[in-house]
Design a protein around this ligand. Structure first.
Ligand code: HEC
Length: 374
């Protein structure tokens, strides 16, 4: 018996070798031998049984679960202490007077293209989340309800695939743009204070911010980006690379298995699922905490939508950036006027409804998890 890669149970492997011709190709037109090693009705991927029979699935699942766990073990206590620290600070400063709206100076925090990029990302991410959860939970009331606007599970999967391709295209355009900027020698993308590249001083800022949480040190002085903004930017990269590649692998199982062994489809599906849950949990809990739930952002920090941030607030969160622009005489160019009230309300409504949708999805996923059959 010739063993099939990834399956260590000789009986299953022998069966896998031959069934594709007889069984799979009946429905999956053109299914080749590669499809044979796909494990239908696989056991729980983190079970002892899987560890013995299908180590590739077991170890990739364990790796990504550990990654997801690690992110949350770090961020849950962190954000909790952060909320408490800010609440206390707000209480202490409760008598501080704020400038009247007319007297506030506004600075363009994000450029028009940055705002557009974020909005496109928000819409794609939410569409992918809703349709992805609809499919993941399709056997439950949650999945069926979420799939309703798409005419059922198949429609939801179709929309999911379209948005997946769309997001990968946008991401590719972003990478091309970065490469081009670097090639034409545009400054500030790869190094320097405007760059999003993570440096040693960001690690130091994490440490200092942690000390600040416990009242031991001053709040770190951020330049253009705080460490959590850089983290979130790279989180999108890592998430898109992992969820995107596994998604592409699942796009056409016959095509994929004509090149790769079928058992990689099992791995791709689980890695896609775990990484997507991590991405949703991170956005709906941590990112929304930073930009919406925490006292200094509550109910929503809408800078990323209309671009205008109060100079006074920026002097607190990004003093080094403001200082630098002043010194270079560039601050004047960035002074903007208040966006029209209707625009502000529209952005606020959009942002807040995304926060609400994210929270509802997360609660729904937790609530209906017991109904899922693993
Ligand atoms: C009776 C028809 C039928 C047979 C036989 C069959 N499949 Fe499928 N298979 C389907 C259908 C229908 C889907 C769902 C397609 C969708 O959701 O778009 C599916 C989905 C899949 C998927 C999920 C990825 C995808 O392409 O959507 C994999 C992987 C898969 N089958 C592998 C196999 C393997 C391996 C065999 C042989 C052991 C097999 N199938 C036999 C009908 C069949």
């Amino acid at each position: 018996m010739k063993p099939v890669a990834g399956i260590h149970n000789p009986k299953a492997a022998a069966f896998a070798e031959h069934r594709h011709e007889k069984v799979c190709a009946k429905c999956h037109e053109g299914a080749g031998p590669g499809m044979g090693s796909y494990v239908i009705h696989e056991k729980r991927p983190w079970s002892q049984q899987t560890r013995e029979d299908f180590p590739a699935l077991y170890w990739s699942t364990v790796f990504f679960l550990a990654l997801a766990g690690g992110v949350f073990i770090f961020f849950m206590p962190y954000t909790t202490v952060w909320a408490w620290r800010e609440a206390r600070q707000h209480w202490e400063n409760r008598h501080e007077k704020r400038k009247e709206p007319e007297k506030r100076v506004l600075v363009e925090r994000f450029t028009r293209s940055e705002r557009w990029m974020h909005t496109v990302l928000v819409i794609s991410f939410m569409a992918l989340s809703v349709t992805g959860v609809a499919w993941m939970y399709i056997e439950t009331g949650l999945g069926k309800t979420l799939a309703l606007p798409f005419g059922g599970g198949d429609g939801a999967v179709w929309v999911h695939r379209m948005f997946g391709l769309f997001l990968m295209t946008i991401f590719t355009a972003h990478v091309v743009y970065l490469i081009r900027s670097a090639l034409v020698g545009k400054k500030g993308y790869l190094s320097g204070p405007d760059s999003l590249v993570w440096t040693w001083s960001d690690f130091k800022a994490v440490h200092q911010h942690m000390s600040w949480l416990f009242g031991r040190r001053e709040h770190p002085v951020f330049d253009r980006w705080s460490w959590w903004q850089k983290f979130d930017y790279w989180a999108v990269w890592w998430g898109l690379l992992i969820v995107g590649t596994t998604g592409l692998l699942m796009f056409d199982s016959v095509l994929t298995t004509s090149v790769l062994p079928g058992w990689m489809m099992n791995v791709a599906r689980w890695v896609h699922k775990i990484e997507a849950i991590l991405a949703m949990a991170h956005i709906f809990v941590v990112h929304f905490f930073i930009e919406s739930y925490r006292p200094s952002a509550f109910p929503l920090n809408a800078h990323i939508f209309h671009g205008a941030a109060e100079l006074e607030a920026l002097e607190k969160e990004h003093p080094a950036w403001i200082e630098r622009m002043r010194a270079e005489g560039k601050l004047e160019e960035r002074i903007v006027t208040q966006p029209p009230r209707a625009v502000q309300i529209a952005f606020f409504g959009f942002g807040l409804s995304m926060v609400a949708l994210g929270l509802l999805l997360l609660l729904g996923m937790l609530f209906f998890a017991v109904d899922l059959s693993f």
